[in-house]
Design a protein around this ligand. Structure first.
Ligand code: 2M8
Length: 438
């Protein structure tokens, strides 16, 4: 592909545009994924503000009655497990068909995206343009319902931590889930055919078959529970309080608080959102592991912490905790960006010091541009401009050399997974914005 990096990123989004929403990656992920579309909307905002809002509005149109934003809104054909597999209509909370969705959810980057679009819109017009106000107000109400769902159903004991029901709600095949998956008793599985393996150059870049069976078994259990959160909290065998998801929710609530002022929401909303932020920060503080210098997830079923060094451990930085300096030290340590073998000083998804580290496999070692973007964004927000600029420079260099890959081999920089991943193109567009370092 020729042209400047910006032109190439823009044409990747345009090629992946399915008409008002964007395929996460045309061959491997030909549907709308929830958190992908939040990053993608940030990318679109640098090309076309209205298109950026439309991206999220397409997702919001598939919001469940209980406030959940589904992890996938399906294109009529493509990915496995496809729409019918999920049987989301088993839950009374699912919307009347269409749109067909999965029954899971993903980290709530959406409010961060809407706030960023709002900021870019105000910058372009010297204030929020009147024509967009009603759309921001509508987005705000959707987001409030979404966050309310997460607080009410995914954190019923008000721990400040979000509980996930499936690895697909977190960082997929991260080793964080290995032990919880290993003790699952897998029952009779329906026969199924994986499509993901046909779309990558090397199957070792994807989850192995035993892991995939466990993913599909968990979907069976979710269907049997009719996606009923109270029932799942009571009996589902995979229940993990995910610190990365929880930290993104804290950051998203901060963004929602800012948006509440822009759209003139009532003071009672602001009090509620502020209480969620406080609760989230407290929950994350309780997951701090002093020895690892990172935050760690809690396995509800096993009743203990998941002590692993992965990028999820940087949760306090993303949540804007006061003491996130300790996390930045860890980010720069030989366990992550300070490893001399790295092609670029970007954090591997799992520390190379972990026995489960795998440099080619998905979330088990490769570096991910969207995670680099989140850390960059959090560092900037915390006033760490020089450190943020270094991360951005390395992140851009990685993509300039390797293209808009889904993830990268950390030691060689080889692009892996999908080669036209929308969210990679989107974060590049944001990084290339003239004010990005300001
Ligand atoms: C990956 O997840 C899908 C399932 O949802 C898969 O592996 O088939 C993950 O990286 C996920 O975080 C991402 O949202 C999705 C689409 O890019 O792909």
């Amino acid at each position: 592909m020729t042209g400047t990096l910006r032109e190439r990123a823009a044409s990747t989004l345009c090629r992946n545009d399915a008409g008002g929403w964007t395929m996460a990656a045309p061959a491997l992920y030909p549907h709308q994924w929830s958190w992908d579309s939040a990053f993608v909307a940030i990318g679109w905002a640098h090309l076309d503000l209205e298109r950026a809002l439309a991206e999220l509005e397409h997702l919001f149109a598939a919001q469940w009655a209980n406030g959940k934003l589904p992890h996938i809104v399906f294109n009529p054909a493509g990915h496995f497990p496809e729409a019918g597999w999920w049987e989301s209509s088993r839950s009374p909370d699912a919307p009347a068909p269409p749109p067909p969705t999965s029954g899971l959810c993903q980290p709530p980057v959406h409010a961060i995206a809407v706030e960023r679009i709002c900021m870019l819109a105000a910058r372009a017009d010297g204030g929020l343009p009147d024509r967009l106000r009603p759309r921001f107000a509508a987005a705000y109400r959707r987001l409030l319902d979404w966050h309310e769902y997460l607080a009410r159903e995914r954190d019923p004991d008000a721990s400040g931590l979000v509980t996930i029901y499936h690895p697909w709600e977190g960082l997929d095949n991260s080793p964080r889930w290995d032990e919880a998956l290993a003790v699952l008793e897998v029952g009779d599985l329906p026969s199924y055919e994986r499509r993901d393996l046909q779309e990558v150059a090397d199957p070792r870049e994807r989850p192995d078959q035993d892991t995939y069976d466990r993913y599909i078994w968990l979907v069976e259990l979710l269907k049997r529970a009719r996606y009923d959160d109270a029932e799942l909290q009571r009996a589902h065998p995979f229940l993990i309080k995910d610190v990365l998801f929880s930290a993104i929710l804290v950051a998203a609530n901060q963004a929602l608080l800012a948006l509440s002022s822009s759209v003139g929401a009532p003071a009672s909303d602001r009090l509620r959102i502020a209480a969620w932020i406080e609760r989230g920060r407290r929950g994350l503080a309780g997951c701090w592991d002093d020895e690892l210098g990172l935050c760690v997830d809690q396995d509800v079923r096993a009743g203990g912490p998941i002590r692993l060094r992965t990028v999820a451990g940087f949760a306090p930085l993303i949540a804007g905790a006061d003491d996130s300096g300790r996390v930045v030290e860890q980010l720069d340590s030989p366990s992550f960006c300070g490893d001399p073998r790295l092609r670029w000083p970007l954090p591997p998804s799992t520390s190379p010091e972990e026995p489960s580290f795998d440099r080619r496999n998905y979330w088990r070692g490769p570096t991910w541009p969207v995670i680099n973007w989140l850390l960059w964004w959090a560092l900037r927000r915390g006033g760490e401009h020089a450190r943020a600029a270094d991360l951005r420079r390395a992140g851009l260099e990685q993509v300039r050399v390797g293209g808009f890959a889904e993830y990268f081999e950390p030691f060689t920089g080889e692009p892996l997974g999908a080669d036209d991943q929308s969210w990679t193109a989107a974060v590049v567009l944001d990084w290339l914005d003239a004010d990005s370092d300001g």
